[in-house]
Design a protein around this ligand. Structure first.
Ligand SMILES: [Zn+2]
Length: 480
């Protein structure tokens, strides 16, 4: 459902919304003022629904039927919040937190937990548990998760906000990419993926706190420390939390540096298949017949499993890495190959695994031993009816502030934790609420666009206001 903005003459609104910005900056809204303001917006909505929409006047303010605080005030608050957000970004970037850097992850988790506590959250530090899904690259002890719950004050719906604090970069790389601001860009290691996501959540909550906004059932924040290694410790909790909330907002980067802001409703499922061949070594010159050449067997296996892709259903299986042998003059006793697997349907994981298990029975060298390990690293995220409907409302909210917003509803090959959040719920799950930037997972300088920060904070704040007013089934409440 799309909710158009209402253009109302200022005279039809409470004078409260017209307070000079200077006063707004120095004094947060009191609960009484806020209540009066909510009422005034509610009255305006009813007025419009009964056919009394007024023509735009020269002095107008834009008020959404979904918002309890007028857009221009939210924009002023976001602009006021931006310098503090940049300080937070610097603080987060300056703590190196690679997915295997337990010490760094503990330090950054402590900082984030403290900030969430100061914002009024009930904060829990969660360690990896017995439900850990161990993959080949899972560290002995992955990083902790920071969970914070914020109780609302009268609204109904529960919203989950997720972002991650780990990066792909090992300790020591910060020196090449320290935090710095140049023109319209803030640079720093891990700033786009995903320290901006953490900072955006913290400062939107700060913005809402500054005006005493509590018009929701509950907001839960989960910041994990293992996203870049496919969330071995956090995946089950993210799925569980997703099923307990009425909407999930995920804060990976929201588009490239030149725009437009981009939200994603679908992402790819990612798997990894590894074939391991055990042969027998022997002198390659003196007694090759006594060996079992693992490289020959591996080559046979890879070639007979090279046709598992099917673009019609979004299934891709590509063999990408192989290794074998010890030295040139030894028949190789072992060999291994890995394939990258992408799916749009979760059942294709089962199909690929079963098909590989069937095919490896057919061997070139009967004495070779062939085994398969298959990792389901991430499920796919589908564009659901609920997420499509929410995206339409988000586009209306973005349009009100003149923010171009693209919504992608087919996967483009990447995968994120949004898919875990959506695994056991029909509720809307939307990825890409973070600010625009560039340079994730590369050795090129990573940055975020400064002019993307305030508009994105406004969009997130107004999204929470919109969601806060709907009931648990996702229907817009009749009264704010
Ligand atoms: Zn990320």
């Amino acid at each position: 459902m799309s909710l158009p903005a209402l253009r109302l003459p200022i005279a039809s609104l409470s004078g409260l919304s017209l307070r000079p910005l200077a006063r707004l900056r120095s004094a947060p809204l009191s609960p009484q003022l806020l209540a009066a303001l909510c009422l005034s917006v509610g009255a305006a909505s009813v007025h419009a629904q009964t056919g009394g929409t007024s023509a735009p006047a020269s002095a107008t303010t834009t008020v959404s039927a979904t918002s309890s605080i007028p857009l221009n005030e939210v924009q002023a608050l976001a602009a006021r919040e931006q310098p503090a957000m940049l300080k937070t970004l610097q603080q987060l970037v300056e703590i190196e937190s690679g997915s295997s850097d337990r010490e760094g992850l503990e330090r950054i988790a402590t900082v984030i937990a403290q900030r969430l506590k100061e914002l009024g959250g009930e904060v829990t530090m969660l360690e990896p548990g017995s439900d850990l899904y161990r993959m080949f690259d899972t560290p002995q002890k992955p990083g902790p998760m920071v969970q914070a719950r914020f109780k609302g004050g009268g609204g109904r719906s529960k919203v989950l906000l997720i972002a991650h604090m780990d990066t792909v970069y090992p300790r020591g790389m910060l020196a090449q990419q320290p935090f710095r601001i140049e023109g319209q860009r803030a640079y720093g290691l891990g700033i786009a993926d995903d320290k901006q996501g953490v900072a955006t959540i913290l400062h939107v909550l700060a913005l809402l706190k500054s005006v005493g906004w509590k018009d929701c059932g509950e907001i839960t924040v989960l910041i994990n420390g293992d996203e870049e290694i496919s969330s071995p410790a956090s995946r089950h909790r993210i799925t569980q939390l997703g099923s307990e909330h009425d909407a999930v907002l995920s804060f990976e980067g929201g588009g490239g540096p030149d725009g437009p802001d981009t939200l994603r409703l679908a992402t790819s499922g990612i798997g990894a298949a590894t074939l391991t061949v055990k042969g027998r070594s022997s002198h390659a010159g003196a007694a090759p017949e006594r060996g079992v050449n693992a490289l020959y067997e591996l080559s046979h296996q890879v070639l007979q499993a090279r046709d598992l892709s099917d673009p019609k259903v979004g299934r891709q299986v590509h063999w990408t890495v192989s290794k074998s042998g010890v030295v040139r003059n030894m028949i190789p006793p072992s060999a291994e190959a890995s394939a990258d697997v992408r799916v749009e349907r979760v059942e294709d994981f089962d199909w690929v695994e079963a098909e590989l298990r069937r095919r490896i029975q057919n061997k070139l060298l009967p004495e070779a031993e062939v085994s398969l390990s298959f990792e389901r690293r991430r499920p796919p995220l589908h564009a659901s009816p609920a997420s499509r409907s929410m995206a339409e409302r988000l586009q209306s909210l973005a349009a009100e502030q003149g923010l171009p917003l693209t919504v992608k509803d087919v996967p483009t090959g990447g995968g994120t934790d949004a898919a875990f959040a959506a695994a056991a719920t029909q509720a809307p799950v939307v990825e890409g609420f973070g600010v625009r930037g560039f340079g994730a997972h590369s050795t090129q300088a990573e940055f975020v666009q400064l002019d993307s920060i305030a508009p994105k904070m406004v969009l997130v704040a107004r999204t929470l206001m919109m969601l806060g007013k709907q009931d648990r089934s996702g229907t817009q409440a009749s009264k704010p």
